[in-house]
Design a binder for this molecule. Structure first.
Ligand SMILES: [Zn+2]
Length: 320
């Protein structure tokens, strides 16, 4: 699973925070116990002293002395556990309680990422998005030709094939696509199919509805292109960016110029983008400017979706 640097940092910061919080909790539990049972503080201090002496003796050739210390430690531990047990506390109450004992909240087991890290990775990649649950239902294996009308049964197979091949042969080469045409003809469904395929292969995919994207772009960014890169790093760095439902948002020249910058930088960096819109090409150009339009038409594969609205047809079929 390919994370961007900033996504990786976000996850690692999460571990730092978790370690700190767990440490704070351990301190609070220890304070609580010390206050209730001063004897435990004494035991704890005696145990540390023992451990230090034990360490010092390791270099001496005195096996008896070491054995005595070991026994002392174990009887101190037993006394402490007994006090805790008697008072109804778990014996490990004063130990560090890890959220994930497998990696001790470091995210790594040896050199390998822990399962809890993998999970976070997926959450982050699948979710900037509402993708996670959607992709279980919307993928190439659930795609059915039954939903299409007469004309779509002819027009859709080549489109679907193009999408399947796109996902199958996906390389980090900036091949991009524009899905345009009638409402409810399965554009989002197909971009989800591609997203699922690529995420399963370990590519990073970011999904935005145009509404979400333009909300993000409406924020002011001071400074030059370096700040721009930083602010929109995940948008610029993901292997695939999906912009869904373009044309439903409120855009202005400011946000459209940022959109151009993002599409352009991605193109120069060899990153792929899939844009879907219910707009006609004419309307698309009118809204997003000639500059954006010609960038897209000159280098994207254009797929035109036609026919009637699948969702409406389904509803009618369902109400019969
Ligand atoms: Zn873990």
């Amino acid at each position: 699973m390919a994370l961007t640097n900033s996504q990786y940092d976000t996850i690692m910061r999460g571990y730092d925070r978790r370690q700190y919080e767990n440490y704070r909790r351990q301190c609070a539990r220890t304070d609580e116990i010390y206050e209730k049972f001063p004897r435990i503080r004494e035991i704890q201090e005696a145990m540390s002293a023992c451990s230090i002496r034990q360490a010092e003796r390791l270099f001496d050739e005195e096996p008896d002395a070491l054995e005595i210390l070991r026994q002392e430690l174990s009887s101190l531990r037993a006394e402490k556990e007994q006090i805790l047990k008697k008072a109804g506390y778990p014996v490990d109450y004063m130990e560090m309680q890890y959220t994930c004992p497998d990696c001790k909240d470091t995210g790594y087991v040896g050199q390998k990422k822990c399962h809890c890290f993998r999970q976070k990775e997926i959450e982050l990649l699948y979710s900037s998005s509402r993708l996670q649950s959607v992709l279980e239902k919307e993928n190439f294996s659930t795609l059915s030709y039954d939903v299409y009308d007469e004309t779509q049964r002819t027009s859709m197979p080549p489109i679907i094939r193009t999408c399947q091949e796109y996902a199958l042969n996906f390389r980090k080469d900036g091949k991009s696509m524009l899905f345009y045409g009638s409402v409810g003809t399965g554009k989002t469904f197909l971009s989800n199919c591609i997203a699922k395929e690529l995420l399963d292969k370990g590519f990073s995919v970011i999904y935005f509805t145009s509404f979400q994207l333009f909300e993000l772009l409406s924020g002011a960014i001071s400074g030059g292109s370096e700040n721009f890169r930083q602010a929109y790093e995940p948008l610029l760095e993901s292997d695939l960016l999906i912009l869904d439902d373009m044309g439903t948002e409120l855009s202005n020249t400011f946000t459209v110029s940022k959109l151009f910058q993002i599409l352009n930088e991605r193109m120069l960096a060899g990153k792929s983008t899939i844009i879907s819109t219910n707009l006609s090409l004419q309307d698309f150009r009118d809204i997003y400017s000639e500059r954006v339009f010609s960038r897209i038409t000159s280098s994207y594969t254009l797929l035109k979706f036609t026919g009637s609205d699948i969702r409406i047809r389904r509803k009618i079929a369902g109400s019969r």
